[in-house]
Structures are given as C-alpha cells and as structure tokens.
Design a protein around this ligand. Structure first.
Ligand SMILES: *Cc1c(COP(=O)(O)O)cnc(C)c1O
Length: 380
C-alpha cells in the first residue's frame, strides 16, 4: 500500500556512516534509517552476533528460556530504571505495553476510566492505542472509533499540563525531545510539572525514549540529563542494532508490572534480535563514544548556525533539528542534499532533521556540513 513517500534511491550496502546505492554510488548517512543505526551500518560486533545466533537457533517462543533475552533485559534494566522490562518488536508495541501497564496500575488504584495525557505534536506510534496518544494523526474520521481515555494538552505550557492531571489520570506520556514533530525539546519546567503533578495524583510518568534513547542525545538515555526520572520508559529504534526490538521498562516501585496472561508476543525477545540489541547497548554505552558524539553535535551546530537559510538549531547530541528561514522548503533542501550524496530528513516543511550514526567522524561531519551548506546556498 502506498503509505510512504519514497525517494528514488535504493541502498544496498552500508559501513559505518557510509552507504551505497544500487548503482554503486556512495552517500554519507545523516539519518541512520530513522535513528536505528546509531552504532553505524553493519557494525562488525553486531554482524558477528547476528550471524552466530542465526546459525545456532532462531528462537523457540517465550514458553521456554532464552539466554540472550535474559541478558538483554538485565543490561537494559540496569542501564535505565532498575526494575523490570517487557521485550517486544517495535516502538508502537513498546508504547502499547506501557499503555496497558499504566491502565492496569490505575485500575489497581480504583480508577474505572483511566486517562492518559500526551502533549500536542507528540508521536507515539501507529497502532490504535499509540495512535490515540498521537494527537495530530489520531483521525477519528478515518480510523474511528478510536480507543477512549486519551487527552492531549499544549506542549509548552506547564500550567495547562498541571491542570489536566487529576484523580483519573493514569499517566502522562512524554518524548523528552519530540522527534517527528521536528526535534522539539520539552522544557524543563514542563517535565518538572509533569513529575510533580503525577506524584500528587498517584499517576505515572512515561518517557517515550524510542528516538531519544540509545545515545542519540549524547547520553545513553535522555532521562539522564532531564531534571526528572520517569516511572516507565519505552525504547525501540536503535535498541535492536538495526533489527526490530522494542522494550517497556519499569522502575522497581512498580513491582512485577504486567503478570501472567496480561501480555505477550510471539517473536518478542527472539535470540537473533536480542543478540543484536545486546551488542548495540554495549557499543552505545561506551562513555568515550558518547563524549565524541556530543563533540560531533557541537561541530555540526558550529558549522551550520551562521548560514542565512538557518534560523535556529534545536536538539541535543546528535539529534538535531535545523530550523530553516521563512520560505525555505526543507524537502527541496533534503532532495538537493541527497543528489549530492548526503542523506538527511525533512520531518516537516520547515525543518531538516539530522540523526547521524554516533560513530560519525570529525571528517565526515565536515563533509556532511559542507554538502548541506551547498544544498542550502541561495535559499536563505
Ligand atoms: C518511531 C517512534 C515510535 C514508533 O516506533 P515504531 O517502531 O515505528 O512503531 C514511537 N515513538 C517515538 C518517539 C518514535 O520516534
């Protein structure tokens, strides 16, 4: 079905930050397959782990033990909230799990009709419940009747958020930096208001770190630099090292979370995907790599901020939204960059989103910045 606008290029090979199309032409990748290849394309450790596991066993369902899934869960939990995790196969599934979990938690507090609050312009995924928490795409006219119990509030208004949180609130769901909205960081005061009002109401704070996680913002998780800690965190995208892996992680205070019969998924935690994710987590937890990625982010900012077609640069680490001057169309800029061998993304007509692999070198940053500047020239 024609659900995607596709650029007329087929990529057939990748290595680090470089990819090649079917004609053998080389490109620099500043998109990472939508922040999936944070460790770079075809990282040798990930390739070796996948190959080894594929030749051993590809899985026997969740009705038996599987060491890779257990090891992944342990690594993931100890690197983040410290409680438990449910593994799944995508970001939307991770959020579905979080939604079921916070609703169950609310029912446990005697709330009959729990509400989940999300922010305007949020993106939490395409399945029906995740979509209902995604205000701009939750089209009742096309996909209704949508699941009930979802409300949204203005994105940058701490008071509106505080006022919306009440006795029926199960949870507030937030991306610390909204990615699909064009890289929009949520202000500290909004995060603090969410944390305080959730604590007062007994509600849970969910961080959707599907895009901000896995080193994307310069630390393994964005929650490391925000002023608050969530109760629930969802991860996916780069978690699988290029393969489909998602996870919903909870803090120790939430105990077991979902229990026998509450939830499940046939492929979740399968050993090939889990082995890839273990490698990705270990690679992207390296403090030296994270420090280098922060430096590369600063270099990109420094290299673009004075261009007349650039009005602002938002984001953190290597999750950058280049806001363009009035009248400059990001889709034309992205197409011009692609034609010159640089892959960037246009999440909306006003913004170029840069999500390079974290292993990008200083030389590759210089090349990418020069190519993007050429694509911007004459447009500001
Ligand atoms: C991509 C994304 C999702 C959805 O993940 P899928 O794997 O596409 O289902 C959810 N939330 C955020 C913040 C995302 O960036």
């Amino acid at each position: 079905m024609p659900t995607y606008p596709r650029a007329p290029v087929e990529f057939v090979r990748g290595e680090g930050c470089r990819i090649w199309d079917a004609e053998g032409r080389e490109y620099l990748d500043f998109f990472s397959g939508l922040s999936v290849h944070n460790a770079g394309h075809c990282h040798p450790r990930i390739v070796a782990a996948i190959s080894e596991q594929a030749a051993a066993i590809a899985g026997m369902s969740n009705l038996f033990y599987s060491e890779p899934a257990m090891r992944l869960t342990e690594l993931l939990v100890s690197s983040s909230l410290g409680g438990r995790a449910f593994l799944c196969n995508s970001g939307a599934e991770a959020n579905e799990c979080a939604i079921k979990l916070v609703r169950k938690h609310a029912h446990g507090r005697g709330i009959e009709r729990p509400e989940i609050i999300s922010l305007d312009f949020a993106f939490h995924g395409r399945t029906l419940a995740a979509l209902s928490a995604t205000p701009r795409l939750a089209r009742e006219d096309l996909f209704g009747p949508l699941p009930q119990g979802f409300v949204s509030v203005p994105r940058d208004d701490a008071d509106a958020l505080r006022a919306a949180i009440g006795p029926n609130t199960a949870a507030v769901m937030i991306e610390p930096i909204q990615g699909e909205a064009g890289v929009h960081p949520i202000a500290d005061e909004v995060l603090i208001a969410a944390r305080e009002a959730c604590d007062e109401a007994g509600a849970l704070l969910v961080f959707d770190e599907i895009q901000t996680g896995m080193g994307r913002t310069g630390t393994l998780w964005a929650s490391e630099w925000t002023p608050v800690k969530p109760d629930v965190m969802t991860a996916a995208k780069a978690l699988g090292g290029g393969l489909p892996v998602g996870a919903c992680v909870i803090s120790p205070e939430l105990g077991e979370g979902l229990t026998l019969g509450d939830h499940g998924s046939t492929f979740a935690g399968g050993p090939i995907c889990a082995r890839a994710a273990i490698e990705a987590l270990e690679i992207l937890s390296d403090p030296e790599l994270l420090a280098a990625s922060r430096e590369r982010g600063e270099e990109i900012r420094a290299g673009l901020s004075d261009h007349p077609a650039v009005s602002d640069i938002r984001g953190r680490g290597l999750m950058l939204g280049i806001a363009l001057s009035d009248g400059v169309d990001s889709r034309e800029v992205a197409a011009a960059a692609l034609a010159s061998g640089l892959v960037v993304n246009a999440p909306n007509p006003e913004t170029i989103r840069l999500l390079p692999p974290l292993v990008v070198t200083a030389d590759e940053v210089q090349t990418g910045v020069a190519t993007l500047r050429d694509a911007l020239d004459g447009r500001g």
